[in-house]
Design a protein around this ligand. Structure first.
Ligand code: AMP
Ligand code: MG
Length: 412
């Protein structure tokens, strides 16, 4: 029996995958296109920000220690310019948020603490501290500071920092090119009315979206028959043009399950069966530098396999530092029967007022029931065990979506 025939625990499968995947080369893209890409070099501040002491309130720039009963307004300092008027004892300069502090001034008194009298301002504030309502030079970031580590996805805050520092060309990792191939003679396109024994191909749409969300560039998607010659042609073509090829279906032990034989022939199959549910038949192969994941045909199995394994591979290729989510403990709110393999039950996790995470599954866990994934913000990890897991017991969960309030309806 070859290693590929053993039911491999998911964590071992993941280790094998991670041994065969490397970050893709780096490219430079315009700032406008850098969002959601992965930064390939650390972002280091090459200047202090703000570069000048700036007002944080609308009001008057003054000298903090000035005890004059009222001050003459000698000028205005709006954001976006720099006045040369100097604040001296007995004077103030009208200032707006973000504007540089005029020479001589060391504090800003907010407009709501002042009163205008002709061209004078009276300050209704017991004491004014030096630096009050002023953002000093370098308050937001300091020159030479590492702001964002390489391997971080560029989100709204990160792209804002890039823009603040004038990084109009951003080094990012290339996006993995992914092809998605559904296999099965029973499949028809969603627009078609299925004939006897036929079903609509749903995996293609699920996997294309999952791959896109994981940062992939989905270069192709299509459907193939249960015919070895046709499948082989399609696979060869897609492997040549992709960093990752995802197939669904044709990996079990049926007479028409050809994917594993073809992959064996084209490259190296590293494993084909996993100690997990759903998703026992899952082929992982390499052909040259291309990774091929032969995902199971059942829609839930395909998506769980994607999230657990393909996601990690995509993240490594895309240069991400955070490759795997860390499971967290959750408290079951109902009994759960375990199976004969590590089960990834689709679950709903919520937090109570004290921060404890509670969980329930999403009803029947059949691997064809896509509905079990709808509204599932977690996978509940249920290892095999004689006795059922009881309500109140703790299990580990992989969080896959935002945690909201407790559900209003009881578990099914
Ligand atoms: P297979 O792995 O090819 O034996 O398929 C397992 C189950 O998943 C069968 O019931 C298939 O009809 C179903 N299936 C396979 N591919 C798809 C697909 N692309 N979309 C929806 N269901 C599928
Ligand atoms: Mg099939």
């Amino acid at each position: 029996m070859s290693m590929g025939d053993r039911l491999l625990p998911p964590h071992e499968a993941l280790e094998i995958i991670l041994r065969h995947v490397r970050p893709l080369p780096v490219e430079r893209v315009p700032l406008e296109e850098a969002g959601d890409r992965v930064l390939a070099e650390p972002l280091i501040a090459d200047q202090d920000l703000p570069p000048f002491p700036a007002a944080t309130m609308d009001g008057f720039a003054v000298i903090a220690g000035d005890v004059s009963p009222w001050r003459e307004i000698i000028g205005e300092q709006f954001a976006g310019s720099q006045t040369s008027v100097e604040v001296t004892p007995g004077t103030a300069v009208r200032i707006t948020t973000g504007a540089p502090l005029p020479p001589g001034a060391d504090a800003v008194v907010p407009v709501e603490n002042t009163e205008l009298r002709d061209d004078h301002v009276v300050i209704h504030q017991e004491q004014v501290e030096v630096g009050e309502n002023v953002r000093p030079v370098g308050a937001d970031l300091r020159r030479d500071q590492v702001l964002v580590e390489a391997g971080t996805p560029i989100g709204p805050a990160e792209i804002g920092l890039l823009a603040s520092l004038g990084k109009v060309e951003v080094p990012v990792f290339q996006r993995p090119r992914v092809s998605v191939l559904s296999t099965g003679d029973e499949l028809v396109d969603p627009a078609q009315e299925p004939g006897p024994g036929q079903i609509r191909d749903s995996n293609r749409f699920s996997l294309v979206l999952a791959a896109r969300r994981a940062g992939a560039d989905v270069v192709w998607s299509g459907r193939g028959p249960d015919d070895p010659a046709a499948l082989r042609r399609l696979l060869e073509e897609r492997i040549a043009a992709s960093d990752i090829v995802l197939t669904s279906g044709g990996v079990s032990v049926g007479d028409k399950d050809f994917v594993k034989e073809i992959l064996d022939d084209l490259g190296t199959v590293h494993f084909r069966r996993l100690f997990m549910k759903p998703g026992k038949p899952l082929n992982f192969a390499t052909v040259g530098d291309t990774l091929v994941f032969g995902l199971p045909g059942n829609p839930v199995s395909a998506l769980v396999g994607f999230e657990v394994f393909v996601n990690a591979a995509l993240r490594v290729m895309a240069g991400r530092r955070d490759v795997q989510p860390r499971p967290v403990p959750v408290v079951l709110t109902h009994d759960v029967q375990s199976g004969d393999r590590l089960e990834f039950q689709r679950g709903l996790v919520w937090a109570d007022e004290s921060g404890v995470l509670h969980a329930r599954n999403t009803g029947p866990q059949a691997s064809a029931r896509l509905l079990s994934l709808v509204g599932a913000n977690a996978f509940l990890l249920i290892p095999p065990r004689e006795a059922p897991y009881r309500a109140g017991e703790r299990v580990m969960a992989v969080i896959r979506g935002p945690i909201g309030p407790a559900p209003e309806t009881p578990a099914e």
